[in-house]
Design a protein around this ligand. Sequence first.
Ligand code: ATP
Ligand code: MG
Length: 566
Amino acid sequence: MNDNTINPSSESTPQNFINEIIDEHLRTNKYEGRVNTRFPPEPNGYLHIGHAKSICLNFGLAKQYNGTCNLRFDDTNPTKEEVEYVDSIKEDINWLGFNWGKTEYYASDYFAQLYDWAEQLILAGKAYVCELNAEQIRAYRGTLTEPGKESPYRNRSVEENLDLFRRMKAGEFTDGSKTLRAKIDMASPNVNMRDPVMYRILHQEHHRTGATWNIYPMYDWAHGQSDSIEKITHSICTLEFENHRPLYDWFVEQLGIHHPLQIEFARLNLSYTVMSKRKLLQLVEDGFVKSWDDPRMPTISGLRRRGYTPESIRAFTDKIGVARRDNVIDVALLENCIREDLNKKALRRMAVLNPVRVIIDNYTEGLIEELDAVNNPEDTNAGSRKIEFSRELFIEHDDFMENPVSQFHRLSPGKEVRLRYAYIIKCNSIEKDADGNITAIHCEFDPETKSGTGTSKKKVKGTIHWVSAHNAVSVEVNLYDRLFSVEDPQGDKVIDWKEFINKESLITLPACKVEPALKDAAAGDKFQFERLGYFCVDKDSKPGSPVFNRTVTLRDSWAKIEKKNG
Ligand code: ATP
Ligand code: MG
């Protein structure tokens, strides 16, 4: 038995329609009380957030029912599969907090058994070697409203079929020249039952079986039988396989082997996102993003690099639940899950992304004061830290307006604002360069207004963040945003989904100013930059010079934009 441990936490166990099916099976002792699921990725790309839903569901059910969940690589297509993908898939599942036991499974380990079973079907007169090419097979298949036509090769003798199939295996024929097909019913209302292809000829090396095979099984022939070999009880897949279920059932019944139940659920679709591996691969290959784990990608590795936690992704999959009807989930829900998680965990720090210098003219030159700053108001155990205050500071350019609009409660000429954890300051004058850019803001501070200890009762409407210029550290910050600028980049009417790539999905700021404590932040560390959002240290950062990735803003800024536009 393998151990499907989830990280310890108080996550509740969601109930869904699949629970009802399993509970009924347990009542009737259908599978001797066993619950054995599997997660069957094809190693032709990195896992994405949709896979995370399937992982949480399959491993979650195994845990809930004290069963097992196998990791099985569905590696039946040697042309598109790579070891890099196998490794990344394992890493991502582990990171999400799941464990598939001692060993992982590969459909390719069953090639010999699948081959023997194919001969068994031939001997039973249930499969034949066909010489129609792909196009002809399609034409003979008919349509949803018209029955198909029988292949002229359909009624070959068992001996001839066996001979040809063995020679296909031996590599005697060219790619595409023959297939092995199940002999079912060309008039079936279900197109999948119209003599589906079981094997194709492919003279191609496989990442695990090398040059052993010249024929490779099709998904429908490999999948159910692999489930059966592993004694899976509940084979959970997405809705597009619903029409394949009669074929799944037909194969295991003809062979008389263990019969798992295929159950379909609605795949996850996210707004502002494309999810198919084919499109994600194109984003990488065409250079729209830098890699599969680019923080803008909906891949698990991209989300991790962006600063998402496994807890936030699991909470998200719990929230969206499992249903039988297709729908689109608002990506804002995912973003909210990481906000909620980081709000509890992330240390607060001050960082100025777009700095402008403030000079406090009445503050003693050379004086440095230590002030107390809270590390995380949501977590009393996080304590506080000392931050240094001096005569020269950086504040955010956006927090100053020379000619303030109404309701602007931050700094402007003659106006006062509170510096977080420090004093109230008032702007007296500004300096500009020859082009009219502000180069310094001259202020005075009120010594009676020191945070916590000041005697002044003065109140101001705005509080802004800052860092002291004397010890600020310069860092690079990547402001990541949604990769697509429209809700449904792959909708029916869309001709080229790549047109909707958000041109501002990455803005790199090379010289932001941050508290000195952040200099030693390690790859993966997560922080809330006060008033700005959640940020994490990029995985490729060098020690001592962290690069920060914005995970998410503090609030959903897209909701505001949409309201304005709508
Ligand atoms: P894609 O369509 O994104 O290319 P796929 O279905 O071909 O993905 P597989 O590697 O075959 O990817 O999928 C492994 C498992 O993950 C399957 O059981 C599949 O049903 C499930 N899965 C894939 N995409 C989603 C999704 N968007 N939501 C939920 N489950 C998914
Ligand atoms: Mg697939």
